[in-house]
Design a protein around this ligand. Sequence first.
Ligand code: SF4
Length: 403
Amino acid sequence: MTTGSRQTVIPITELEQSAFCRTDGNLRTLTLEEEFQAGVRWQKVPIRYLKMSPEEVSAGIASARNALGDQVLMLGHHYQREDVFKYADLTGDSYKLSKLASERRDAQYIVFCGVHFMAETADILSGPHQTVILPNMAAGCSMADMAPTEDVEDAWDDLTSVLGGQDEIVPITYMNSTADIKALCGRNGGIVCTSSNAGLTFEWAFKRAKRVLFLPDQHLGRNTALKMGIPEDEMIVWDPFQRLGGHTPETLRRARVILWKGHCSVHTRFTTGQIQESRDKYPEVNVLVHPECTRETVDAADYVGSTEYIVKMVSEAPAGSVWAIGTEINLVNRLANQNPDKTVFCLDPVVCPCATMYRIHPAYLLWVLDGLMAGLVINPIRVEGQTAIDARVALQRMLDVAG
Ligand code: SF4
């Protein structure tokens, strides 16, 4: 079976999100059939994978890895569930993994345990002899889905017709967007950013134009602009469901930062109330959150930074310190396990993983590895033609700016 790059990204439903949110703090491995029964709509797999016990899946993956050897490089994002993350050869956030994909030219197959936009980026940056595989094609990102290609193209046409050309506005897209949106940025003088280098890309953009269109996460865009000293009254939110994004031409001309109306459903769960509760319980607590959180949450926290920054801060903290973290639960649990001399906990008392990251069940991993053993490439991610060329331009600008 072969599949193209832009397909089968199934949006998460509230049912699916709530199916995996637990108050008992327990994210145990279920069989794939049990996870299907929880009410989710994932990519279909051959029936035998549904019934396998976690132990059978684990033994199958170990044996396939052994047989395939260096042909396969497995990349694991920090938000992956532990029962998948443990198989990764290399781990990191989306920026680190995209750099690794551009540097590791030896493996023929890159199995990307993450979400769709990450696998697309890996395909764009990897060599032509390499194939990127996403174990479950339904592992998308709800934030990336909030910026569909047609809506962004329409918005860009509207903005440039009101504002003028490239010295008036530069598009910046967060890594968490489709290859189409990265390509739109590449061919319109724009750039890609991650949460660790968003500030650098804003500086880069303001040397070239008076304004920035930031896609698709309004919170990362707002938090970055505020940190650079841009007041909130110079920012507007573009609502794709309204004419001219809900603004007049005059308002658009006055704005310096135009924020796409998108958000992360995981990071917007963290609130100032949760921060206050953690301070009440642990007066010495360090509150550390991701910049995809809302402005209010970021303002109330002690530290703000990317996923890699969060890992570094907690790992290097002194023994006995207390950390309340506002990011995805699988990473927080892992940090707690890796730092038993510190108190590390999630700001949100309800254990609620990123539902799309969670779609990479170990049985899917076994399925694609079994495919490779049989000479079959299941779920290749390919970004073709001009889209790949233009997206690579925007990604390369980021790599040049951020190193
Ligand atoms: S944590 Fe948020 S931004 Fe990251 S993959 Fe999940 S939904 Fe997308």
